[in-house]
Design a protein around this ligand. Sequence first.
Ligand code: NAD
Ligand code: UGA
Length: 472
Amino acid sequence: MNEDEKMSLPAYNKNILCIGAGYVGGPTMAVIADKCPDYRVTVVDINEERIAAWNSDELPIYEPGLDEVVKRNRGRNLFFSTDIAGGIKSCDIIFVSVNTPTKTYGEGAGMAADLRFWEKTARQILEHAKSHKIVIEKSTLPVRTAQAMARILQSGADGISFEILSNPEFLAEGSAISDLEYPDRVLIGSGSTEKALHARDILVDIYARWVPRERIITLGIWSSELSKLAANAFLAQRISSINAISALCEKTGADVTEVAMAIGLDSRIGPKFLNASIGFGGSCFKKDILNLVYLYRFYGLHECADYWEAVVKINEYQKRRFLLNMLKAMFNTLAEKRICLFGFAFKAFTSDIRESPAITVARGILEERAQVVITDPKALAGARQEFAAEIERGEVTLAKDPYEAAYGCDAIAILTEWPLYRELDYREIYRNMRKPAFIFDGRNILDHSKLREMGFHVYPLGKPPLTDSGKD
Ligand code: NAD
Ligand code: UGA
C-alpha cells in the first residue's frame, strides 16, 4: 500500500466498546483491558442489574480468576455502563456480544437463531455512530450474518464507514480466563478490500499483545462464522458419540472409561472430551447445532441436517436413559423417595445452569413423585429460580452442605463433576441415608468399589453396576 492509499484509510480511536455484558462480553473485555492498557474498554448492556453487579464486589457471574482481572482494571481502563448510545458515539471499535438464542416463534421456531437482539444492536449502532467504526461479531451467528449487518449499517450512514469483522469466541465456562489468556487460536474473519484488511490488522494487533502471532488466524468472514458453529458441533458430537458407546457398555459389561482411554490413545482421535456423562448442557451446544441444522435445511441439505440433529437427539436420550436407569434400579418406583442431586450447574466451576442436564433429571424425578434435594457449591441461586414453585410446594429443597442434603435420602445422583464431591466422607453420608442407599454417578468421578464396600448400591455410567453382594 502506498502512502496515498494509507492516508485514505479511516482512522479509528483507541476506545473499545462491547455491547452485551454477559458470560462472553464481561470476561473477554476484562482480559482485553488487562492486556491493552492503552485502550479504554467500555462494556454496556440494557440490563441495569447486570451492569450494577459488574460495578460491585459481587460480579454477576462466577468464573475462576475473573474477580482479580476485573478488580485490577475496573475504573482504570475498564468500565461497565448502561449508556449504550454514549458508548457507540465515543468508541470506534465495537464488539457485539449479545445473546443469540434459539428462536421460539414463527419460521424456524425451535431451530433457527433468534437475531432480534443482534439486529437491534445493528440499528443502535447506525443511529448513534458519528465516526468510522469497526464492528466485530463476537456472538455466535449463522453463517452470512455479516452480510445482513452490512446491509443494515450501510442503509443510512452518510460519510461514515463500517467495517465488519467476525471474531468468534471459543472460551468455555469455568475456564474462561485461562482460555482467553492462552487461546488455542483466535479467528479473525474479514472481507478483502483495503479497508477491511486495515480493520482486520487493527484487531490482529490488539490480540497480538498476548497471543502468539501464529495462533491468530486471519480468514474469510464466512469461514470464520461457520468455523464457530462447526467447532461446537464437533465438540458436542464427541460427547454424544461417547455417550452412545456408554449405553452399549451398560448392556455388555464393557467399561466406558476403559473404552474412552483406549480410543483416545489413537493420536488421530485424542483423549479430550471423551467423558461419558448425563449429557451435555450449557447455553450453546444445543442451540448452535440446531442453528446448523436449520441452515442445512434452508439450503436443502437434509441428509446433513439429519446427521447433526442426531447429536442433539442422543443427548436427550442420554438424560432420559439416566433417569430410567435410576427408576429401574430403585424397584421401578421413586414415589415418596428422597433423591439428592449432587450438583446442579451444567459443568463444574460455573454457577451457570442454562440447559443443565440436572434440570431435566430433576424434572423427571419430580414427575415420578419423589422429593428432590439439590446441593451445589455455586448454582443454588439458579436452582432456586428454576424451581421456585416446587420449592414453595415443598417438593424441592436446597441445601448448601452436601451432608445435610443427603441426610435421610434414598439415593444420591452425581450430576456435576465438582471435585469436592470426591473428597466427602461417604461413610458418614451412608450412615445417615435410608437403606438400601443408592449412588448414581452420572459423571464417573467417585471410587465405585470403595462405595460398594461401604454398603452403597453403586450405578456408574457406562459400567457394570456394583450391587451384587454385601450389606444393604
Ligand atoms: P448472555 O445472555 O450471558 O449475555 C448477553 C447480554 O447481552 C445480556 O446481558 C443481554 O442483556 C445483553 N443484550 C441483549 N441485547 C442487547 C442490546 N440491544 N443492547 C445491549 N445489551 C444487550 O450471553 P453469553 O453467554 O455472553 O453469549 C453471548 C454470545 O456469545 C452468544 O451468541 C453465545 O452463543 C456466544 N458464546 C457464548 C459462550 C459462553 O460460554 N457462554 C462462549 C462462546 C460464545
Ligand atoms: C463450549 C465449548 O467448549 C467452547 O469452546 C465454546 O466457546 C462454548 O461452548 C460456547 O460456544 O458457548 P461450555 O459449554 O462453556 O463451552 O463448556 P464445555 O466444557 O464445552 O462443556 C459443555 C458440556 O459438555 C457440559 O455440560 C460438560 O459437562 C459436557 N461434557 C464436556 C461432557 O459431558 N463430557 C466431556 O467430555 C466434556
